[in-house]
Write a protein that binds this ligand. Structure first.
Ligand code: ADP
Ligand code: MG
Length: 569
């Protein structure tokens, strides 16, 4: 019996999964990623690129790059690339072919059978086009199933009594609400609604225009006139958005390849979650009407929903989760990765169809969050609890002190906000960091957990390439009771912990702002008027006073004051 995989052929990202030994797991692609951008491109010579490499060159080669082709599936559209014209099926087939080739490489054997998912509202023509794309890629398509159905399958919801389930899917470019009636192995879609022009990309776009203004202001560079710079900023913005889903601020450091006179310029900026949420508040509000309409069409109320499932990478944003909680007065199901859950459901369906899945499927997840200790004794998560393994995550950290040549890394596991309250799994140090002012060294920390639960942590200084690391194989050694206890304790202390974290983060942030303001004041690059200088001076000393007093509210106020003064320049 050959293996069969499940494929979520998404508008922005595609994902493949498989059931092996009663476990569902995501199949990593050739680049080592779990998600493959649904982007197709050709270079001038007709060489084909699919996935991350296609996406990363999109702004510099827009005429030969095709993204979001899913929107055109089932239409007669022809897409011109390099003087030829391709059908949406052909482009999708290229994406599926990469998935097939990567799966063979990863699984060590050719995969011929697949289940592919499509949105619940896809028509027959759109489903047929998807099937055709699968065949062109060399797959035997076992079935085309709806995305919300796949998500419900992954959550094992077909095994219970009849339930009403609401699947809320915010992807990169689309928002879909589906109401399902599920039970006894049957899925019935009662209503669908959404917005085919609203997704995570719109949240990115807000950050991009925010940065565009700042860069224009500070460096006199219009990033939109420079395709390379624009691409870098675009990528940075998506990363910032992702980071702000797990932390309160995100740091941007971008050495742009060319400035107005083809000289190198460095963009450095910190963006807080508050600023991001303000920039995107109206997008969030746009999620409400389609949700209400779907409920109305199904003649159901929020209280009738037995479960709410979150799907789509963009539902990781805390503001989105909070909105769902408010609308439904219940916590949504989120313990499976929202951008992977559809592929997992498709894999389970594939396993059922080829006979390899007969009973309950296990899904291996990290029992507790993993991260490192950062400035102020805070616990900074890199991998959150309940993430399916294998998984990898990386983040860039900077030096907290001037001329710091050694950085200590304490690897921790737990749910508390302070490092000291979590379990230390081991530590290591990175030496030979070049002497640089605070915030100028850039160290990339990488966490990788393999299929066997072995954690490898490494840190690399990006200027010198100097690296160090540690291997930990005890990640899974905690008993179920210990895990429950850790989670329960975190819940008990949640409020005080978060307050503590905010205080520390605020003081770090205030300090940083003071430094930035002083650099500006004493730097020679900026010619400031006397009035501006005085204003900055006053804002700095107010912030310093607040910092010394240790009073939280005062820190917030003076930091805001300082930000306003700096932004007005
Ligand atoms: P698709 O549109 O193909 O269904 P996904 O479900 O993978 O795509 O969602 C992709 C969107 O989710 C992108 O806009 C991506 O930036 C966003 N996203 C992924 N991870 C996060 C995160 N941690 N926080 C916020 N947004 C995220
Ligand atoms: Mg999707």
């Amino acid at each position: 019996m050959g293996k069969a995989i499940g494929i979520d052929l998404g508008t922005t990202y595609s994902v493949a999964a498989i059931v092996e030994n009663r476990r569902v797991h995501i199949i990593q692609n050739a680049e080592g990623d779990r998600l493959t951008p649904s982007v197709y491109a050709e270079n001038a010579d007709g060489r084909i690129m699919v996935g991350a490499i296609a996406r990363n060159q999109a702004s510099v080669n827009p005429n030969r790059t095709v993204s979001s082709v899913k929107r055109l599936m089932g239409s007669n559209a022809r897409i011109p690339v390099n003087g030829r014209s391709l059908s949406p099926q052909e482009i999708s087939a290229h994406i599926l072919r990469k998935i097939k080739v990567d799966a063979r490489r990863q699984l060590g054997e050719d995969i011929s059978q697949a289940v592919i998912t499509v949105p619940a509202y896809f028509s027959d023509a759109q489903r047929r086009a998807t099937q055709e794309a699968g065949k062109m890629a060399g797959f035997e398509i076992m079935r085309i199933i709806s995305e919300p159905t796949a998500a419900a399958l992954a959550y094992g919801m077909n095994r219970s009594d009849i339930q009403h389930i609401l699947v809320w899917d915010l992807g990169g470019g689309t928002f879909d609400v589906s109401i399902l009636e599920v039970g006894d192995g049957l899925f019935h879609v009662r209503a669908v609604n959404g917005n085919t022009r609203l997704g995570g990309d719109d949240w990115d776009a807000r950050l991009i225009s925010h940065l565009k203004q700042q860069i224009l202001h500070i460096h006199d560079l219009d990033i939109e006139s420079n395709a390379c710079a624009f691409q870098q900023v675009k990528e940075a913005c998506e990363r910032v958005k992702r980071e702000l889903s797990v932390q309160n601020e995100s740091h941007i450091f971008l050495p742009l390849t060319s400035g107005p006179h083809h000289d190198a310029i460095e963009i450095e900026m910190t963006i807080s979650r508050d600023v991001f949420e303000n920039l995107t508040q109206d997008l969030l509000n746009m999620l409400i009407p389609p949700t209400r309409q779907a409920l109305e069409d199904a003649a159901l109320t929020p209280a009738d929903m037995d479960r709410v499932i979150l799907v789509g990478g963009a539902t990781r944003m805390p503001a989105v989760r909070y909105l769902v909680e408010t609308l439904f007065q219940q916590s949504p199901d989120t313990h499976l990765n929202p951008d992977e859950v559809v592929a997992m459901g498709a894999a389970i369906q594939a396993g059922v169809l080829n006979g390899s899945v007969r009973d309950v499927i296990l899904i291996d997840v990290t029992p507790l969050s993993l991260g490192i200790e950062t400035q102020g004794g805070l616990f900074t998560r890199l991998i959150s609890r309940n993430t399916t393994i294998p998984v990898s995550a990386e983040r860039i950290f900077t030096n907290a002190e001037d001329n710091q040549t050694v950085m200590d890394f304490n690897v921790l596991q737990g749910e508390r906000e302070m490092a000291g309250d979590n379990i230390s799994l081991g530590s290591f140090e990175l030496t030979d960091i070049p002497m640089l002012p605070r915030g100028k060294a850039h160290v990339e920390v990488m966490f990788e957990i393999d299929v066997n639960g072995i954690l490898q942590v490494s840190a690399q200084e990006l200027h010198t390439g100097e690296s160090a690391g540690i291997k930990i194989d005890a990640v899974h050694l905690l008993s179920g009771d210990q895990i429950d206890q850790a989670v329960a304790e975190a819940a008990v202390h949640a409020e005080t912990d978060i307050q503590r974290r905010r205080e520390i983060e605020t003081s770090i942030q205030t300090n940083r702002l003071i430094q930035a303001a002083e650099t500006l004041l004493f730097g020679t690059v900026h010619r400031l008027s006397k009035a501006s200088r005085r204003e900055i001076h006053m804002a700095i000393s107010a912030a310093k006073t607040a910092l010394v007093s240790g009073q939280f509210e005062a820190m917030i106020q003076t930091a805001q004051g300082l930000t306003i003064v700096l932004n007005r320049l």
